[in-house]
Design a binder for this molecule. Structure first.
Ligand code: PHB
Length: 386
């Protein structure tokens, strides 16, 4: 089943490439289209929603997406795909990347070939520094985590344990949480980094119990990990014993909340986007997204793709149809956008995104478990490499 889906994606990509004309604007999209991650689909639907609202022609050039499947964080796969997209398919821009390691591998190809690249998710701090033709339309986990640590300290949690996935963004979130929480007067009761393939959390839950902590912060964004950890936390009765669970918002994306039940109501999280965000821009985006995706709910990954398209269109328009790598990056670092997530700008020094971070509570709204925003930290910069 997975293999045949992958074949369809690659075949579709080849057909698209064959059908492309010389003056088409070609986007090489690298993301997971197979396996348990749905990020490729979310990016693809984010792009389709953008086409629906803004058309698929910019400065006279038809926009074509050539999708390639990178189901895991494996950098060698992403490097080969990026090289093929640049040399064989002659894409104008590289894009996508759920995972930091694939963004880094493709970033190297972007640098060598001077191909502009727009990151739609990968969220480790500092990765743009080595790749001069890249910009990031998503977030960093340090950026989403730091305000949550401050909120937790302000709202009565004095002793917190952190549990994160053991790879670069997980370590960024652990560092950001601990730094901000301790600075705000909190005490750490312990921390664990778990391997990316961990599914059974029983032994980790025992260590959390033994620490007699008052709260737990978790960043375990892979869907199976998020579901299993939340379930193990509840099965151990930690919530009933008064231990509070707060999570980075990637753990409560709609595909995960759809599998949870009412016991999960009340979990606090932080993110830069919720489908429930109250604004005209978001209403238009959600409606367009649902109409192109068979009624799916957009995620922070979808909005990263939607905004990357906005950045791309603005750069192509400003260059009358061209996409020079140096000029494009110059445009992106000085750009301001009204995004479905709220106002967005960029740090001219680092090229990283500056945006509101929302504290949300999981509630049942119109029958659906929804992350409802209730407090905003305005214009937060990436603070991961302090
Ligand atoms: C990453 O690899 O940078 C990454 C992946 C999934 C997330 C966040 C960050 O939800």
């Amino acid at each position: 089943m997975q293999a045949s889906f992958r074949t369809v994606v690659c075949l579709a990509a080849v057909l698209t490439a064959v059908a492309a004309r010389a003056d088409d604007l070609k986007i090489g999209l690298i993301a997971p289209f197979s396996g348990s991650e749905t990020a490729g689909l979310e990016m693809d639907n984010g792009i389709k929603a953008f086409f629906k609202l803004h058309g698929d022609v910019v400065a006279g050039r038809k926009v074509i997406v050539i999708s390639r499947d990178a189901p895991t964080p494996a950098p060698d796969v992403a490097r080969r795909l990026a090289q093929e997209l640049v040399t064989r398919d002659k894409v104008d821009v590289l894009a996508g990347h759920l995972f930091t390691p694939t963004a880094i591998a493709a970033g190297q190809v972007s640098t060598q070939s001077k191909t502009p690249m727009l990151i739609m998710n990968a969220a480790t701090s500092g990765i743009l520094a080595k790749f001069p033709y890249t910009a990031r339309a998503s977030f960093t986990v340090a950026q989403t985590t730091a305000p949550l640590a401050r909120w937790v300290a302000k709202n009565g949690m004095k002793r917190v344990f952190t549990i994160v996935a053991d790879y670069a963004p997980g370590i960024d979130s652990e560092n950001a949480f601990q730094r901000e929480f301790v600075e705000a007067g909190g005490t750490m009761t312990g921390s664990i980094r778990v391997p990316l393939d961990t599914i059974d959390f029983a032994s980790y839950i025992r260590r959390i119990q033994d620490s007699e902590t008052g709260g737990v912060f978790a960043f375990l964004p892979a869907p199976d990990q998020a579901k299993n950890f939340i379930k193990a936390f509840r099965d151990a009765g930690l919530d009933k014993k008064g231990v509070k669970l707060v999570v980075e918002g990637g753990m409560l994306q709609p595909q995960i909340t759809a599998t949870l039940d009412d016991d999960a109501i009340g979990i606090i999280s932080s993110q830069h986007y919720s489908e429930d965000h109250q604004s005209q821009e978001n209403m238009a985006f959600v409606e367009a997204y649902k109409s192109v995706s068979g009624n799916r709910i957009p995620t922070y990954i979808s909005v990263g793709a939607f905004d990357a398209m906005n950045m791309l269109y603005k750069a192509v328009e400003a260059q009358a149809g061209k996409l020079d790598p140096v000029k494009s990056v110059e445009i992106w670092r000085n750009m301001k956008l009204e995004s479905p997530r709220g106002p967005v700008s960029f740090d001219p020094q680092t090229r990283d995104i500056v945006q509101n971070i929302y504290i949300r509570r999981l509630e049942r709204k119109n029958g659906i478990l929804t992350n409802v925003e209730f407090e905003t930290y305005d214009a937060v910069k990436d603070n991961g490499k302090q």
